[in-house]
Design a protein around this ligand. Structure first.
Ligand SMILES: [Zn+2]
Ligand SMILES: [Zn+2]
Length: 242
């Protein structure tokens, strides 16, 4: 597909999305109430992760201030991963609607959690980017949900959003795979733009961190392009054992 065709498709999709927004105003993805994409009542039920977590990968821990078993067994490349909420009930439905039901209006609601986390963290970030999708998948979906979250977060925090990575081959949806298969699935499938990331601290945004394999693969690509630090930040993470 030529870049022009790609662009035209994108523009017509944008228009049809806007028309649909006018005809059918937003409803809460959880309770269906008209108004916001996530109403205040449903938003308030989303559970933040408040237990101690691994300072490296964000896994829940029984004792604070030590890296988790997984980080000791498989040392990670990524500087740090943090997630804000548990991936259950309302949060899970909201992420699902954003990813699979074309509810891009959920992105600003979920980005609030990332913005709040950044407001209390002491990360020194030069740019924000989203975990990339393979271009064909992004075209099918009409957007990359991770980029939408990254853009809303960057705007709210007055930080620079940039697209600095691309997928160089199609990968299967991580949700279908176990941990080892996930690591293989994304290995060497990503490429980062050295001109944009060399010497920079990059905040890498995604909707959910399951094993962290995708964030880790992105971090490898970013470090190959000489990024200084790579900080993963996701809205949700499944509870241990889920
Ligand atoms: Zn609701
Ligand atoms: Zn860890």
């Amino acid at each position: 597909m030529s870049p022009t065709t790609d662009h035209r498709l994108r523009v017509s999709r944008d228009w049809s999305t806007r028309l649909l927004d006018l005809l059918f105003p937003s409803r809460c993805v959880n309770c269906g109430r008209p108004g916001a994409a996530l109403c205040a009542d449903c938003l308030a039920t989303i559970q933040p992760i408040s237990s101690p977590t691994c300072p490296r990968c964000g896994n829940p821990l029984s004792s604070p201030d030590a890296v988790c078993f997984d980080c000791r067994a498989h040392p990670k490349t990524i500087t740090q991963i943090q997630s804000v909420c548990w991936h259950d009930e309302v949060a899970r439905r909201a992420v699902h609607a954003l990813k699979y039901k074309k509810r891009r209006d959920v992105a600003p609601e979920l980005a609030r959690f990332l913005v709040a986390k950044l407001a209390v963290s002491e990360l020194d970030i030069d740019l924000i980017t989203g975990v990339p999708l393979y271009p064909v998948r992004e075209l099918e979906r009409g957007y990359n949900q991770a980029d939408l979250l990254a853009i809303h977060t960057a705007n709210a925090r007055g930080l620079a959003y940039k697209r600095v990575m691309r997928r160089t081959r199609a990968t299967r949806d991580q949700i279908e795979l176990d941990a080892a298969a996930r690591r293989l699935n994304v290995k060497n499938a990503l490429f980062a733009d050295e001109q944009q990331v060399a010497g920079k601290n990059v905040l890498l945004v995604d909707d959910v961190a399951t094993t962290g394999a995708t964030l880790e693969a992105c971090a490898s690509a970013l470090f190959q392009a000489r990024a200084r630090g790579v900080y993963g930040l996701t809205v949700t993470r499944p509870r241990p054992g889920n």
